[in-house]
Design a protein around this ligand. Structure first.
Ligand SMILES: Cc1cc2nc3c(=O)[nH]c(=O)nc-3n(C[C@H](O)[C@H](O)[C@H](O)COP(=O)(O)O)c2cc1C
Length: 357
């Protein structure tokens, strides 16, 4: 059977299809439950949550499904867990965005004590919760974290944008590897080299990663229908991770104007930008991307710029300003047809099955 892959067997899934996690508050328990109950692997991106938030999400997922699911975190990269920033840097970062704060009638924010939750707190919550799957991006967890996952039966799923990253993850003992091509929506999660130098497409990346590691590979980036699933499995992947197509479903926590954009003509033009978080990520092209293009090399490191942009977000959404918000999307958006997760999952399975049998 086409769907009886190493990943499906290992995780007891009816279909080798992972719903990609979404950071920044765009994941939703409803989406995780719909996908996991449908026989795929639902994932919740928890990097914006503290320990209590992660415990709450896991409790709500477990209350609604007994099927496997994944919790996802970002591994600290550089000084991202506690960015070193002088007061002058902070003031410059604020001044750069002053025109937007002014336009929306907001005061410039005061410097916060922290720019995001502590990773150590997040990982302690995750280890205590022992979810069926721990997926992560931007690096490799410490050996003792991987060891505790192994002991508690949590399967680990790391993410690579190059064969070298895949090898590092596999050598560290990570159970499965997502190979993510440049088509993917959201961040380029490279951690060994600049993301600008890790822009291989899924079609070329997946077989290279399959040839590099012995653990199962999950293909991500540009897959939004059964043709993509069939192609990825033919390339040697043991599952696919689908992001944009699930983000577009009503169960996700994407804002309605964002979801509408994914189905619009504008989604034909996506671009890689640092404008929203300071890190390179793919979204639908809009005005603020152009406005900040020349500033990209001078933006403060993640998560400082990301935190500042987050301060604008509620007012931007209230004003319906899609020229100013991040409209994350992969290159597959023009292929989207489904607005609910269950029919999307069913069509991926049905079409891939037809093509592969
Ligand atoms: C809005 C958005 C947020 C994302 N956040 C995360 C994240 O926090 N962690 C992660 O592992 N992957 C994240 N991803 C990547 C997806 O899980 C998935 O791998 C990717 O979207 C697959 O490519 P596709 O968009 O072409 O389907 C994100 C993707 C999007 C579109």
């Amino acid at each position: 059977m086409w769907n009886d892959t190493e990943v499906a067997r290992g995780l007891k899934l009816a279909a080798p299809i992972v719903q990609g996690p979404f950071g920044g508050g765009l994941s939703a328990v409803d989406l995780v439950v719909a996908v996991s109950e449908g026989g795929g692997l639902g994932s919740f991106g928890a990097h914006h949550l503290d320990g209590a938030g992660i415990r709450d999400v896991a409790g709500r997922i477990r209350a609604r499904t007994r099927r496997p699911f994944a919790l996802n975190l970002w591994i600290p990269l550089g000084d991202s867990d506690d960015p070193q920033l002088t007061d002058a840097d902070w003031r410059a970062a604020c001044e750069r965005l002053r025109p937007y704060f002014d336009e929306l009638g907001l005061p410039l924010p005061a410097r916060p004590a922290r720019f995001g939750p502590r990773y150590q707190e997040q990982i302690e919550a995750l280890l205590e919760l022992a979810p069926p799957v721990f997926s992560f991006v931007f690096g490799v967890p410490a050996p003792d974290v991987l060891e505790r996952c192994r002991r508690s039966g949590t399967r680990t799923l790391g993410t690579a944008t190059t064969p070298a990253e895949a090898k590092l993850l596999a050598d560290a003992g990570v159970d499965m590897i997502v190979a993510t091509g440049l088509e993917a929506g959201g961040h380029r999660v490279s951690f060994l080299a600049r993301p600008e130098d890790c822009l291989t497409g899924t079609l070329a990346l997946v077989p290279q990663v399959v040839d590099t590691v012995r653990v199962p590979v999950i293909a991500a980036g540009g897959i939004a229908d059964g043709r993509g699933v069939a192609a990825a499995l033919t390339l040697g992947a043991a599952a696919v991770q689908v992001g944009t197509a699930f983000l577009a479903c009503e169960e996700s926590n994407a804002a309605p104007p964002h979801r509408a954009k994914l189905f619009s003509e504008d989604a034909r033009r996506t671009t890689l930008t640092r404008a929203f978080t300071g890190r390179l990520a793919r979204g639908i092209h809009n005005g603020i991307i152009d406005a900040l293009r020349d500033e990209e090399s001078r933006l403060p490191p993640y998560p400082v710029h990301s935190w500042l942009m987050g301060q604008l977000r509620p007012a931007v959404l209230a004003a319906g300003r899609t020229d100013l918000i991040s409209l994350w999307s992969g290159q597959s958006a023009p292929l989207l047809k489904h607005r609910r997760a269950a029919p999307l999952l069913a069509s991926l399975v049905e079409e891939a099955g037809r093509l592969l049998t």
